[in-house]
Design a protein around this ligand. Sequence first.
Ligand code: C5P
Length: 403
Amino acid sequence: MMLSGKNVVLGITGGIAVYKSAELCRLFIKAGAKVRVVMTEAAKAFVTPLTFQTLTGSPVYDQLFIGSERFSVEHVGLAQEADLIVIAPATANTIGKIANGIADNLLTTTVMAAKCPILLAPAMNTQMYDNPFHLANLERLQNFGYAVVGPDQGELACGDTGRGRMSSPQEIFAAACRLLLRKEAWQGRRLLVTAGPTQEALDPVRFLTNHSSGKMGYAIAQAAAELGADVTLVSGPVTLPQPYGVDFVSVTTAQEMYEAVLACFSNMDVVVGAAAVADYRPGTVSEQKIKKSGELIISLTRNPDILAALGRMKQRQILVGFAAETENLREHALAKLERKNLDLIVANDLTQPGAGFGTDTNIVTLYFRDGRERQLEKLPKREVAIMLLEEINALLTAAEEEN
Ligand code: C5P
Protein backbone atom coordinates (compact mmCIF):
# COMPACT_ATOMS: atom_id res chain seq x y z
CA MET A 1 0.00 0.00 0.00
CA MET A 2 1.17 3.44 -0.94
CA LEU A 3 1.43 4.88 2.56
CA SER A 4 2.29 1.82 4.62
CA GLY A 5 4.79 2.65 7.32
CA LYS A 6 3.79 6.31 7.26
CA ASN A 7 2.60 8.08 10.39
CA VAL A 8 0.13 10.86 9.84
CA VAL A 9 -1.15 13.17 12.54
CA LEU A 10 -4.53 14.47 11.47
CA GLY A 11 -5.26 17.69 13.34
CA ILE A 12 -8.90 18.70 13.41
CA THR A 13 -10.02 22.16 14.44
CA GLY A 14 -13.50 23.56 14.89
CA GLY A 15 -15.14 24.32 11.59
CA ILE A 16 -18.20 22.93 9.86
CA ALA A 17 -15.94 21.36 7.20
CA VAL A 18 -15.00 18.82 9.85
CA TYR A 19 -17.53 16.40 8.36
CA LYS A 20 -15.16 16.00 5.40
CA SER A 21 -12.28 15.09 7.73
CA ALA A 22 -13.79 11.70 8.44
CA GLU A 23 -13.53 10.88 4.73
CA LEU A 24 -9.95 12.19 4.66
CA CYS A 25 -9.11 10.00 7.63
CA ARG A 26 -10.50 6.96 5.74
CA LEU A 27 -8.38 7.75 2.69
CA PHE A 28 -5.21 7.71 4.80
CA ILE A 29 -6.16 4.48 6.49
CA LYS A 30 -7.08 2.77 3.23
CA ALA A 31 -3.67 3.76 1.84
CA GLY A 32 -1.97 2.03 4.77
CA ALA A 33 -0.97 5.02 6.90
CA LYS A 34 -1.14 4.99 10.67
CA VAL A 35 -3.33 7.93 11.64
CA ARG A 36 -3.35 9.69 14.98
CA VAL A 37 -6.18 12.17 15.32
CA VAL A 38 -5.76 15.29 17.46
CA MET A 39 -8.91 17.33 18.03
CA THR A 40 -9.34 20.77 19.52
CA GLU A 41 -12.17 21.47 21.94
CA ALA A 42 -14.03 23.41 19.23
CA ALA A 43 -13.72 20.47 16.82
CA LYS A 44 -15.39 18.22 19.38
CA ALA A 45 -18.37 20.57 19.40
CA PHE A 46 -18.97 19.66 15.74
CA VAL A 47 -18.26 15.95 15.78
CA THR A 48 -17.58 13.50 18.57
CA PRO A 49 -14.17 11.86 18.94
CA LEU A 50 -15.94 8.51 18.66
CA THR A 51 -16.19 8.93 14.87
CA PHE A 52 -12.41 9.18 14.52
CA GLN A 53 -11.71 6.67 17.23
CA THR A 54 -13.76 4.14 15.28
CA LEU A 55 -12.14 4.99 11.95
CA THR A 56 -8.56 4.84 13.26
CA GLY A 57 -9.03 2.13 15.86
CA SER A 58 -7.15 4.20 18.41
CA PRO A 59 -8.07 6.88 20.90
CA VAL A 60 -8.39 10.46 19.80
CA TYR A 61 -5.84 12.80 21.35
CA ASP A 62 -7.24 15.96 22.84
CA GLN A 63 -5.64 16.58 26.23
CA LEU A 64 -2.47 18.55 26.76
CA PHE A 65 -2.57 17.98 30.50
CA ILE A 66 -3.69 14.65 31.83
CA GLY A 67 -5.01 14.90 35.37
CA SER A 68 -4.30 18.05 37.30
CA GLU A 69 -0.69 17.38 38.35
CA ARG A 70 1.00 15.31 35.68
CA PHE A 71 2.33 17.02 32.60
CA SER A 72 1.94 14.84 29.56
CA VAL A 73 4.59 14.86 26.87
CA GLU A 74 2.08 13.52 24.39
CA HIS A 75 2.73 16.39 21.99
CA VAL A 76 6.44 15.58 21.78
CA GLY A 77 5.74 11.91 21.14
CA LEU A 78 3.14 12.65 18.49
CA ALA A 79 5.43 15.18 16.82
CA GLN A 80 8.43 12.85 16.79
CA GLU A 81 6.48 9.97 15.38
CA ALA A 82 4.80 11.96 12.61
CA ASP A 83 5.94 11.86 9.00
CA LEU A 84 3.33 14.48 8.23
CA ILE A 85 0.88 16.64 10.15
CA VAL A 86 -2.28 17.54 8.25
CA ILE A 87 -4.62 20.09 9.76
CA ALA A 88 -8.01 19.83 8.11
CA PRO A 89 -10.01 21.89 8.62
CA ALA A 90 -7.57 24.59 9.70
CA THR A 91 -9.45 27.51 11.21
CA ALA A 92 -8.31 31.14 11.18
CA ASN A 93 -7.79 30.78 14.93
CA THR A 94 -5.41 27.81 14.70
CA ILE A 95 -3.57 29.29 11.69
CA GLY A 96 -3.17 32.54 13.61
CA LYS A 97 -1.87 30.74 16.69
CA ILE A 98 0.69 28.68 14.80
CA ALA A 99 1.87 31.68 12.77
CA ASN A 100 2.52 33.57 15.98
CA GLY A 101 4.15 30.85 18.00
CA ILE A 102 1.23 30.20 20.31
CA ALA A 103 1.02 26.66 21.65
CA ASP A 104 -1.92 26.38 24.02
CA ASN A 105 -3.53 23.06 23.19
CA LEU A 106 -2.37 19.60 22.18
CA LEU A 107 -2.54 20.34 18.45
CA THR A 108 -0.62 23.63 18.51
CA THR A 109 2.03 22.22 20.87
CA THR A 110 2.42 19.17 18.63
CA VAL A 111 2.93 21.47 15.65
CA MET A 112 5.49 23.48 17.56
CA ALA A 113 7.46 20.36 18.46
CA ALA A 114 7.31 18.93 14.92
CA LYS A 115 10.11 18.64 12.39
CA CYS A 116 8.06 16.96 9.69
CA PRO A 117 6.19 18.75 6.87
CA ILE A 118 2.90 20.35 7.87
CA LEU A 119 -0.07 20.67 5.54
CA LEU A 120 -2.89 23.10 6.24
CA ALA A 121 -6.33 22.92 4.64
CA PRO A 122 -7.92 26.26 5.57
CA ALA A 123 -11.68 26.40 5.88
CA MET A 124 -13.64 29.44 6.97
CA ASN A 125 -16.10 32.12 5.98
CA THR A 126 -14.96 34.31 3.07
CA GLN A 127 -14.78 37.50 5.15
CA MET A 128 -12.61 35.71 7.67
CA TYR A 129 -10.41 34.24 4.95
CA ASP A 130 -9.90 37.63 3.32
CA ASN A 131 -9.15 39.33 6.63
CA PRO A 132 -5.67 40.84 6.26
CA PHE A 133 -4.48 39.40 9.56
CA HIS A 134 -5.46 35.93 8.44
CA LEU A 135 -3.87 36.35 5.00
CA ALA A 136 -0.67 37.65 6.57
CA ASN A 137 -0.60 34.69 8.98
CA LEU A 138 -1.06 32.22 6.16
CA GLU A 139 1.64 33.86 4.10
CA ARG A 140 3.99 33.85 7.04
CA LEU A 141 3.47 30.13 7.50
CA GLN A 142 4.04 29.47 3.80
CA ASN A 143 7.26 31.44 3.94
CA PHE A 144 8.34 29.20 6.80
CA GLY A 145 7.70 26.15 4.64
CA TYR A 146 4.18 25.13 5.62
CA ALA A 147 2.23 23.59 2.76
CA VAL A 148 -1.29 24.82 2.11
CA VAL A 149 -4.01 23.16 0.08
CA GLY A 150 -7.05 25.21 -0.94
CA PRO A 151 -9.35 26.72 0.00
CA ASP A 152 -11.80 26.40 -2.88
CA GLN A 153 -14.33 28.93 -4.09
CA GLY A 154 -17.99 28.20 -3.76
CA GLU A 155 -20.99 28.02 -1.54
CA LEU A 156 -20.18 28.07 2.16
CA ALA A 157 -22.09 26.50 5.01
CA CYS A 158 -23.03 29.94 6.36
CA GLY A 159 -24.83 30.80 3.11
CA ASP A 160 -22.14 33.09 1.67
CA THR A 161 -20.41 32.33 -1.59
CA GLY A 162 -16.69 32.89 -2.09
CA ARG A 163 -13.24 31.72 -1.06
CA GLY A 164 -13.11 29.58 2.05
CA ARG A 165 -14.47 26.10 1.28
CA MET A 166 -12.12 23.40 2.47
CA SER A 167 -10.60 21.41 -0.40
CA SER A 168 -12.08 17.99 -1.04
CA PRO A 169 -10.71 15.09 1.00
CA GLN A 170 -9.24 13.67 -2.23
CA GLU A 171 -7.40 16.88 -2.97
CA ILE A 172 -6.02 17.13 0.55
CA PHE A 173 -5.03 13.47 0.43
CA ALA A 174 -3.17 14.03 -2.87
CA ALA A 175 -1.30 17.03 -1.46
CA ALA A 176 -0.40 14.95 1.60
CA CYS A 177 0.90 12.09 -0.54
CA ARG A 178 3.08 14.45 -2.52
CA LEU A 179 4.64 15.63 0.72
CA LEU A 180 4.99 12.15 2.18
CA LEU A 181 6.40 10.45 -0.87
CA ARG A 182 8.52 13.20 -2.32
CA LYS A 183 10.71 12.90 0.72
CA GLU A 184 11.83 9.44 -0.26
CA ALA A 185 13.19 10.58 -3.57
CA TRP A 186 15.71 12.83 -1.85
CA GLN A 187 16.76 10.54 0.97
CA GLY A 188 20.54 10.19 0.99
CA ARG A 189 21.09 12.77 -1.74
CA ARG A 190 23.65 15.46 -0.94
CA LEU A 191 22.90 18.94 -2.13
CA LEU A 192 24.99 22.07 -1.81
CA VAL A 193 23.28 25.43 -2.18
CA THR A 194 24.99 28.81 -2.38
CA ALA A 195 22.81 31.77 -1.49
CA GLY A 196 22.77 35.48 -0.81
CA PRO A 197 25.18 38.18 -1.88
CA THR A 198 28.86 38.45 -1.08
CA GLN A 199 30.48 41.51 0.47
CA GLU A 200 33.84 42.73 -0.79
CA ALA A 201 35.56 45.10 1.61
CA LEU A 202 36.99 48.40 0.47
CA ASP A 203 38.07 49.53 3.90
CA PRO A 204 37.05 48.63 7.48
CA VAL A 205 33.63 50.25 7.08
CA ARG A 206 32.68 49.95 3.40
CA PHE A 207 32.07 47.14 0.99
CA LEU A 208 30.77 46.35 -2.49
CA THR A 209 27.70 44.13 -2.66
CA ASN A 210 24.38 43.66 -4.49
CA HIS A 211 20.64 43.40 -3.78
CA SER A 212 20.43 39.63 -3.32
CA SER A 213 18.20 38.76 -0.34
CA GLY A 214 19.04 35.06 -0.28
CA LYS A 215 15.33 34.14 -0.38
CA MET A 216 15.52 31.90 -3.46
CA GLY A 217 18.55 29.93 -2.27
CA TYR A 218 17.16 29.59 1.26
CA ALA A 219 13.83 28.35 -0.14
CA ILE A 220 15.71 25.70 -2.14
CA ALA A 221 17.79 24.64 0.87
CA GLN A 222 14.76 24.46 3.13
CA ALA A 223 12.56 22.57 0.67
CA ALA A 224 15.36 20.09 -0.12
CA ALA A 225 15.94 19.42 3.58
CA GLU A 226 12.23 18.79 4.07
CA LEU A 227 12.28 16.40 1.15
CA GLY A 228 14.94 14.41 2.96
CA ALA A 229 18.15 15.56 1.26
CA ASP A 230 21.39 16.20 3.16
CA VAL A 231 21.75 19.90 2.55
CA THR A 232 24.73 22.19 2.98
CA LEU A 233 23.94 25.87 2.65
CA VAL A 234 26.85 28.22 2.03
CA SER A 235 25.45 31.67 2.57
CA GLY A 236 26.65 35.21 2.20
CA PRO A 237 25.38 37.86 4.64
CA VAL A 238 21.56 37.94 4.69
CA THR A 239 18.90 38.71 7.27
CA LEU A 240 16.93 35.46 6.89
CA PRO A 241 16.60 32.86 9.64
CA GLN A 242 18.80 29.81 9.12
CA PRO A 243 16.70 27.06 7.52
CA TYR A 244 15.98 24.12 9.75
CA GLY A 245 17.90 20.88 9.28
CA VAL A 246 20.73 22.06 7.03
CA ASP A 247 24.50 22.28 7.53
CA PHE A 248 25.08 25.99 7.49
CA VAL A 249 28.30 27.68 6.45
CA SER A 250 28.42 31.44 6.78
CA VAL A 251 30.77 33.37 4.50
CA THR A 252 31.28 37.00 3.60
CA THR A 253 33.41 37.26 0.46
CA ALA A 254 33.37 35.47 -2.90
CA GLN A 255 36.79 34.02 -2.11
CA GLU A 256 35.46 32.55 1.16
CA MET A 257 32.42 31.15 -0.64
CA TYR A 258 34.69 29.61 -3.27
CA GLU A 259 36.83 27.93 -0.61
CA ALA A 260 33.83 26.67 1.38
CA VAL A 261 32.22 25.21 -1.74
CA LEU A 262 35.40 23.57 -2.99
CA ALA A 263 36.01 21.99 0.41
CA CYS A 264 32.89 19.86 0.12
CA PHE A 265 32.23 19.62 -3.61
CA SER A 266 33.58 16.10 -4.10
CA ASN A 267 30.98 14.72 -1.65
CA MET A 268 28.01 16.35 -3.35
CA ASP A 269 25.45 14.97 -5.79
CA VAL A 270 24.02 18.36 -6.71
CA VAL A 271 25.19 21.96 -6.48
CA VAL A 272 22.71 24.80 -6.90
CA GLY A 273 24.45 28.15 -7.27
CA ALA A 274 21.79 30.63 -6.24
CA ALA A 275 24.22 33.12 -4.73
CA ALA A 276 24.78 36.48 -6.39
CA VAL A 277 28.54 36.29 -6.15
CA ALA A 278 30.39 39.57 -6.67
CA ASP A 279 32.36 39.28 -9.90
CA TYR A 280 34.95 41.80 -8.69
CA ARG A 281 36.55 42.87 -5.43
CA PRO A 282 38.67 45.92 -4.67
CA GLY A 283 42.27 45.22 -5.64
CA THR A 284 43.47 46.42 -2.26
CA VAL A 285 41.63 46.75 1.01
CA SER A 286 42.58 49.88 2.88
CA GLU A 287 43.55 49.14 6.46
CA GLN A 288 42.16 52.48 7.58
CA LYS A 289 38.91 54.15 6.67
CA ILE A 290 39.35 55.95 3.34
CA LYS A 291 39.05 59.70 3.84
CA LYS A 292 37.32 61.94 1.36
CA SER A 293 39.49 64.03 -0.94
CA GLY A 294 38.92 64.75 -4.63
CA GLU A 295 38.23 61.91 -7.01
CA LEU A 296 38.58 58.33 -5.82
CA ILE A 297 39.44 55.60 -8.29
CA ILE A 298 39.01 52.05 -7.14
CA SER A 299 40.67 49.30 -9.13
CA LEU A 300 38.89 45.97 -9.06
CA THR A 301 40.21 42.43 -9.33
CA ARG A 302 38.21 39.48 -10.69
CA ASN A 303 36.81 37.04 -8.17
CA PRO A 304 36.86 33.33 -8.91
CA ASP A 305 33.76 32.10 -10.74
CA ILE A 306 32.66 29.34 -8.39
CA LEU A 307 30.25 27.53 -10.68
CA ALA A 308 32.59 27.74 -13.66
CA ALA A 309 35.32 26.15 -11.53
CA LEU A 310 32.93 23.36 -10.49
CA GLY A 311 31.92 22.94 -14.13
CA ARG A 312 35.53 22.20 -15.00
CA MET A 313 35.94 19.75 -12.12
CA LYS A 314 32.62 17.97 -12.15
CA GLN A 315 32.45 14.22 -12.50
CA ARG A 316 28.95 12.94 -11.84
CA GLN A 317 27.47 15.98 -10.11
CA ILE A 318 24.45 17.85 -11.37
CA LEU A 319 25.25 21.55 -11.56
CA VAL A 320 22.52 24.15 -11.50
CA GLY A 321 23.08 27.86 -11.97
CA PHE A 322 20.98 30.99 -11.93
CA ALA A 323 20.97 33.78 -14.45
CA ALA A 324 19.44 37.05 -13.32
CA GLU A 325 19.32 39.32 -16.32
CA THR A 326 17.96 42.67 -17.35
CA GLU A 327 18.06 42.00 -21.13
CA ASN A 328 18.39 39.13 -23.65
CA LEU A 329 17.48 36.61 -20.98
CA ARG A 330 17.47 33.48 -23.13
CA GLU A 331 20.71 34.23 -24.94
CA HIS A 332 22.60 35.08 -21.75
CA ALA A 333 21.21 32.09 -19.91
CA LEU A 334 22.13 29.65 -22.67
CA ALA A 335 25.62 31.15 -22.94
CA LYS A 336 26.15 30.66 -19.18
CA LEU A 337 24.85 27.12 -19.31
CA GLU A 338 27.49 26.37 -21.91
CA ARG A 339 30.34 28.42 -20.45
CA LYS A 340 29.98 27.05 -16.93
CA ASN A 341 29.25 23.48 -18.08
CA LEU A 342 25.91 23.38 -16.21
CA ASP A 343 23.11 20.84 -16.48
CA LEU A 344 20.37 23.34 -15.87
CA ILE A 345 20.11 27.09 -15.58
CA VAL A 346 17.29 29.01 -13.94
CA ALA A 347 16.80 32.33 -15.67
CA ASN A 348 14.86 35.28 -14.38
CA ASP A 349 14.20 38.64 -15.90
CA LEU A 350 14.91 41.26 -13.24
CA THR A 351 12.76 43.82 -15.03
CA GLN A 352 9.51 41.88 -14.46
CA PRO A 353 7.50 42.78 -11.35
CA GLY A 354 7.40 39.77 -9.00
CA ALA A 355 10.75 38.38 -10.17
CA GLY A 356 14.29 38.57 -8.88
CA PHE A 357 15.87 40.23 -5.86
CA GLY A 358 14.08 40.68 -2.56
CA THR A 359 10.63 39.56 -3.75
CA ASP A 360 8.78 36.57 -2.28
CA THR A 361 7.83 35.38 -5.76
CA ASN A 362 9.82 34.60 -8.85
CA ILE A 363 9.16 34.16 -12.56
CA VAL A 364 11.69 31.79 -14.07
CA THR A 365 12.45 29.80 -17.16
CA LEU A 366 14.47 26.60 -16.89
CA TYR A 367 16.97 25.80 -19.66
CA PHE A 368 18.35 22.27 -19.74
CA ARG A 369 21.57 20.96 -21.21
CA ASP A 370 19.59 18.72 -23.56
CA GLY A 371 17.86 21.73 -25.10
CA ARG A 372 14.59 21.49 -23.20
CA GLU A 373 13.04 24.69 -21.91
CA ARG A 374 10.34 25.10 -19.29
CA GLN A 375 8.73 28.36 -18.36
CA LEU A 376 7.10 28.59 -14.93
CA GLU A 377 4.39 31.07 -14.06
CA LYS A 378 4.83 33.64 -11.27
CA LEU A 379 5.05 31.55 -8.11
CA PRO A 380 6.14 31.92 -4.48
CA LYS A 381 9.87 31.19 -4.27
CA ARG A 382 9.12 28.08 -2.27
CA GLU A 383 6.98 26.66 -5.09
CA VAL A 384 9.72 27.52 -7.58
CA ALA A 385 12.13 25.67 -5.29
CA ILE A 386 9.94 22.55 -5.18
CA MET A 387 9.48 22.46 -8.94
CA LEU A 388 13.19 22.99 -9.47
CA LEU A 389 13.99 20.16 -7.06
CA GLU A 390 11.60 17.86 -8.94
CA GLU A 391 13.44 18.62 -12.17
CA ILE A 392 16.83 18.10 -10.53
CA ASN A 393 15.67 14.82 -9.08
CA ALA A 394 14.59 13.68 -12.55
CA LEU A 395 18.08 14.56 -13.86
CA LEU A 396 19.71 12.61 -11.01
CA THR A 397 17.52 9.59 -11.62
CA ALA A 398 18.21 9.67 -15.36
CA ALA A 399 21.98 9.91 -14.72
CA GLU A 400 21.82 6.99 -12.27
CA GLU A 401 19.90 4.85 -14.74
CA GLU A 402 22.54 5.57 -17.40
CA ASN A 403 25.36 4.33 -15.17
O1 C5P B 1 28.03 34.83 -14.76
P1 C5P B 1 26.98 35.14 -13.76
O2 C5P B 1 27.49 35.76 -12.51
O3 C5P B 1 25.82 35.93 -14.27
O4 C5P B 1 26.39 33.69 -13.40
C1 C5P B 1 25.44 33.48 -12.46
C2 C5P B 1 25.56 32.10 -11.88
O5 C5P B 1 26.93 31.78 -11.59
C3 C5P B 1 24.85 31.97 -10.57
O6 C5P B 1 24.39 30.64 -10.44
C4 C5P B 1 25.93 32.29 -9.55
O7 C5P B 1 25.68 31.70 -8.29
C5 C5P B 1 27.16 31.70 -10.20
N1 C5P B 1 28.40 32.43 -9.92
C6 C5P B 1 29.41 31.83 -9.19
N2 C5P B 1 30.59 32.50 -8.96
C7 C5P B 1 30.76 33.76 -9.44
C8 C5P B 1 29.76 34.37 -10.16
C9 C5P B 1 28.59 33.69 -10.38
O8 C5P B 1 29.23 30.70 -8.76
N3 C5P B 1 31.89 34.37 -9.18
